[in-house]
Design a protein around this ligand. Structure first.
Ligand code: MG
Length: 254
């Protein structure tokens, strides 16, 4: 009788999730699928009051995330910088709070891989110290590639799917235009106001003043932890697909 009771209690505890091991799949979902919208094209030259973070030649505004005293080691050539997967993520020397950001990226035409392993990168609107995550706007090739919708291009990773899929073909340059309002914290570390993002992908709205639930971890639930002004980070993802490139990165402080 006691044994049976113990077995029932244990199975209840497991099914209620109390002792379940957290898995990546716990926070991934596949429907509804964002509709596909074919974007137009347009110029995105930096306005006069912008901070130029990358002009196609000079990587001096960037450092390695795993050693912020080291200059960014990505490959600068032909008006772009290309992820060097051997070296890791890079981040801005400067720290920011609220801003308007413009950034362009290109998935290589010969990209291979599927799901999350196809041109994965990411833009962390605020990167935490010690290369410990932050708030990721996903970069991924979803032109003809499905994955969990809250992890596809234009998503706030594992929180908010894009309103539409505005991906261009691999080989074409694509843009993100972002308006970021950083979270604010009280002295005791509690959230005074959450972070918010409005983002356009190739000129098409994909995040409309979305209020973040916290950071964007691969495993586990989003959470907030007090921070101040922070660098912007670009992800060197560990997948085996061909590395992507960036160009024309500028920012206006708000
Ligand atoms: Mg990513």
């Amino acid at each position: 009788m006691k044994k049976a009771l113990l077995a029932i209690t244990t199975s209840l505890l497991f099914t209620s999730g109390l002792f379940a091991q957290a898995k990546p799949e716990d926070t991934e979902y596949y429907t509804p699928v964002p509709p596909i919208v074919k974007p137009g094209s347009g110029p995105f030259d930096a306005p006069a009051d912008a901070i130029i973070l990358f002009d196609g030649k000079n990587i001096g505004e960037w450092v390695m995330s795993n050693d912020t005293t080291a200059k960014a080691k990505w490959i600068v050539d032909n008006g772009m910088m290309t992820v060097d997967k051997k070296t890791g993520d890079i981040q801005t020397k400067r720290r920011f709070t609220d801003f308007q950001l413009h950034i362009e990226y290109r998935i290589p035409e010969n990209i291979t891989g599927t799901g999350q392993a196809r041109g994965n990168s990411g833009i962390f609107l605020a990167a935490f110290p010690g290369n410990a995550g932050g708030y990721e706007l996903q970069v991924l090739d979803n032109y003809n590639n499905t994955t969990y919708v809250n992890g596809q291009a234009g998503s706030i990773y594992k929180q908010s799917p894009p309103l539409v899929n505005a991906c261009k073909k691999p080989g074409e340059w694509q843009t993100y235009s972002v308006i970021w309002t950083a979270p604010r914290f009280n002295d005791d570390g509690s959230v005074k106001s959450p972070g918010r993002i409005t983002a356009l992908h190739n000129g098409v709205l994909v995040q409309n003043n979305y209020e973040l639930k916290g950071d964007t971890p691969y495993i586990g639930k989003p959470a907030y932890k007090k921070h101040g002004a922070a660098p912007i980070k670009l992800q060197s993802h560990g997948d085996k697909s061909e590395p992507i490139s960036f160009r024309n990165i500028w920012l206006r402080v708000l």
